[in-house]
Design a protein around this ligand. Structure first.
Ligand code: ACO
Length: 324
């Protein structure tokens, strides 16, 4: 018997306030033209003080449960990928558990920055394959605006806030490529590059979260190289092949990185889900936000093969191949 972790529903939450490139022109020395040309971003959602990572994660989880036609009592695990938790501890996951009224079960956060959702989904899949969990909420939730230096034009124009969630259900599969669910995942990290993207603070050093510092060009180079490698790696561990891929749903950091990954993979841009233009880089929330957008708009269909890929601070990166 093959246990497959199947995404049975999706949900998301975006803060009400939208900040355009024109709005940013009034804050730092930048231009709509520079931001669009270099990154592909036009707008991003910026949260207010009520819209914390925990609040947005809860809203996204409730939407996913509603789509699944499930009650919180059906859930036995909650895994949240976040870098911007409401508090140093406890986790956002236990906050969500209490807020939605889920029963006692497994709840914890995963911290892998922009790769967080891919990490969290892979961890949930492993726990489901051992039989430990049956119905899990996997959430990516980020309030990136809270760790931005709003005087640093090289970073503050790139990020946004939001949350996305999936309900992951253990189902029995036949063990072949027609099964719905996750077929394989590959996770990587290389701490050698921890200083090309980091926050200049932390609870055990400065006793504050700090702000994002990024060597954009260096991150860009690693992203293009590592992402094409990891896609090869995930195809090698799966029974699915490149021509099976219906949709690429990448981490939404930069349109040029996305285009390069699509080209190397041999997937045309009309088979790539891109929400970057209106969301900016929402770190661990970007893939589940893009997934929910594509699902609710009817772009992606049940039974299609999806490839998720992401790279973020650490450097961490990874990819997941699944049949939706
Ligand atoms: N507006 C106008 N000019 C700017 C801005 C801005 N917002 N920011 C930088 N510039 C200037 C620079 O000062 C520089 O000027 P100079 O030539 O006079 O020195 C010029 O624009 C070019 O800057 P670069 O940094 O070389 O621009 P680049 O083409 O590399 O684009 C970018 C920058 C968009 C950040 C790109 O490098 C990138 O996307 N990198 C990858 C980011 C990424 O993938 N992050 C993912 C992980 S995020 C996470 O994990 C939290």
């Amino acid at each position: 018997m093959t246990i497959r972790s199947v995404i049975s529903a999706t949900g998301s939450y975006l803060p009400e306030k939208i900040m355009s490139n024109a709005d940013l022109e009034r804050i730092v020395d930048t231009s709509d033209e520079w931001i669009v040309q270099r990154s592909g971003i036009r707008n991003r959602h910026i949260s207010n003080d009520t819209e914390t990572a925990g609040y947005m994660a809860t809203k996204a989880a409730q939407k996913a449960l509603e789509m699944a036609g499930m009650d919180a009592s059906d859930i036995d695990g909650i895994i949240v990928a976040t870098t911007t938790a409401d508090r140093t501890f406890p986790s956002v996951a236990v906050q969500v558990q209490h807020a939605i009224g889920a029963p006692v079960g497994v709840a914890f956060d995963v911290q892998a920055v922009c790769s967080g959702f891919v990490y969290a989904l892979s961890v949930a899949d492993s726990m489901m394959k051992t039989g430990m969990l049956k119905r899990v909420l996997v959430i990516g939730a980020e309030r990136m605006s809270s760790i931005l230096n709003w005087e640093d034009r090289t970073t503050c124009v790139l990020f946004g806030d939001g949350a996305g969630a999936v309900v992951l259900e253990a189902q029995e599969g036949k063990g072949d490529k027609t099964d719905r669910g996750i077929h394989g995942s590959v996770l990587k990290a290389n701490g050698k590059y921890q200083d090309i993207l980091y926050t200049d603070g932390g609870v055990s050093t400065t006793k504050a979260s700090g702000h994002i510092v990024m060597q954009g060009k260096e991150v860009f180079k690693r992203a293009v190289g590592y992402l094409s490698e990891v896609v090869e790696d995930v195809l090698a561990v799966c029974d699915l092949e490149q021509p099976d891929i219906d949709w690429l749903i990448p981490h939404q950091a930069n349109i040029r990185i996305i285009e390069s990954a699509a080209k190397k993979l041999g997937v045309s841009m009309d088979r790539v889900v891109v929400t970057l233009e209106n969301h900016g880089n929402t770190s661990a929330a970007s893939i589940p936000l893009a997934l929910d957008d594509a699902n609710r708009s009817g772009k992606i269909q049940k039974g299609e093969v999806l490839l998720f890929e992401a790279l973020g601070g650490g450097i961490t990166w990874g990819a997941i191949l699944l049949r939706f």
